[in-house]
Design a protein around this ligand. Structure first.
Ligand code: ADP
Ligand code: MG
Length: 389
């Protein structure tokens, strides 16, 4: 990959002398969905799928971005003197947003730069190619401009800040955190209220993580995401009339059950129920994994799906078909929707000997029912973003 990127870089910018090489992963969330903006826990891991970058400083104030995945956009040129989101920049608004966020957070960069990228994360499928690109840009800027006082957590926060405020997506911290802080063969147990985290070994004995891409993305996704955030905020407000809590993640299941009648709106009550139960489920699931009880971990993943489908209402027919098919296959320990919802991917834990059957059976049945093919990725857990040799 490095050679391909460097050849392209030389073709576009004269030569590849002094160019540096970087990688930033995608991520999959194993459990703890829609808890990250509710002050709860999440349990994502970085993937070996990701975004590669080649970059070099310039003498002037021009910034050039080129994606080998989106050749048709050519070289996107921006200027350090005009860090604003422009429609014609298209995908390059993600890396440009990070340049902007560096300046906003007191780390303006001193000159322009050239950057060529290529990635193998399916875009827009819930595996966080956008966070991967943001954190990649953060690592590149810190390295090229020798900015030493930003930790990887800071780069995650800057990535989130740019996605929220430059690109208008009100995402929580999970994606950028997982991408920045990933660790090979470990998942990250993150408390999104405090950013306290712990690495949990995730070498599944005799099983694999299989991601299935439904290849659908319903347009509801952005509006529903904002609706869910608002519904949870309203439910929290209702609970705060009596309880001294900062977020839904502060509640145990017992506390929620004893006080849920404070939420008079039935829909809001269901959303809050998901946020509370999913948070507790995540804590239980991580303990199960630590204890080597993968079967129990898988069952909790299944419960997570049911809760996201019925109480949080962020699944869709295609995803439910994938999950139902998976649940029917012997050797599937758990399967659920992952990511924001309304399409995208499922994540499943599948015993080694059942992986081929899983892909064949679901592949065939899904194509018959839905009319197009799903895609499957048997993934490994990799390290977070960094400069490579
Ligand atoms: P997700 O983060 O789930 O993959 P998003 O819609 O948040 O989906 O982000 C996808 C967008 O990120 C793409 O439409 C594109 O603008 C940008 N992007 C991600 N990876 C690349 C890449 N390799 N080249 C160009 N743009 C990319
Ligand atoms: Mg994204």
């Amino acid at each position: 990959m490095k050679q391909k990127l460097f050849d392209k870089f030389a073709e576009l910018f004269g030569n590849s002398d002094g160019v540096n090489f970087y990688f930033s992963p995608g991520r999959v969330n194993l459990i703890g969905e829609h808890t990250d903006y509710n002050g709860g826990h999440v349990f994502p891991c970085a993937l070996t799928l990701g975004t590669y970058g080649a970059a070099r400083k310039r003498e002037d104030r021009k910034i050039h971005f080129y994606s080998m995945n989106l050749d048709s956009f050519g070289v996107v040129e921006a200027s350090l003197d005009d860090l604003t989101n422009k429609k014609e920049y298209n995908w390059a608004n993600y890396p440009l947003g990070v340049v902007w966020a560096f300046a906003e957070k007191g780390h303006p960069i001193s000159s322009g730069f050239d950057m060529v990228i290529w990635g193998n994360i399916p875009n827009g499928s819930g595996l966080s190619s956008s966070a991967s690109l943001e954190v990649l840009t953060g690592v590149i800027l810190s390295d090229l401009f020798d900015i030493k006082d930003l930790s990887m957590t800071d780069l995650a926060l800057i990535g989130q800040y740019s996605e929220n405020n430059f690109n208008g997506c009100n995402c929580g911290i999970m994606d950028q955190f997982a991408v920045a802080m990933g660790k090979k063969d470990h998942a990250i147990f993150l408390d999104t209220a405090t950013l306290d985290y712990e690495y949990a070994p995730c070498v599944l004995d005799g099983a694999k993580i299989v991601i299935t891409n439904s290849k659908v993305k319903h347009s509801l996704v952005d509006s529903a995401y904002n609706d869910r955030r608002n519904e949870c905020a309203a439910a929290l407000k209702a609970l705060q009339t009596k309880l001294d809590i900062q977020s839904l993640g502060d509640l145990s299941i017992e506390e929620f059950e004893a006080n849920k009648e404070l939420i008079s709106d039935e829909i809001q009550r269901k959303r809050a129920k998901h946020a509370v139960y999913e948070n507790q489920r995540t804590i239980t699931a991580v303990q199960a994994l630590k204890d080597g009880k993968i079967e129990e971990f898988g069952k909790l993943m299944n419960q997570s799906h049911i809760s996201l489908r019925d109480d949080y209402a962020v699944s869709c027919d295609e995803i439910d078909i994938l999950v139902d098919l998976a649940w029917a296959i012997p050797g599937v320990l758990g399967s659920r929707i992952t990511g924001g919802g309304f399409g995208g991917c499922t994540v499943s834990i599948v015993k080694d000997e059942a992986v081929d059957t899983f892909i064949e059976t679901i592949g065939k049945a899904y194509a018959e029912k839905v009319g197009h093919e799903a895609e499957f990725y048997t993934v490994d857990i990799g390290d977070g973003a960094s400069r490579l040799a």
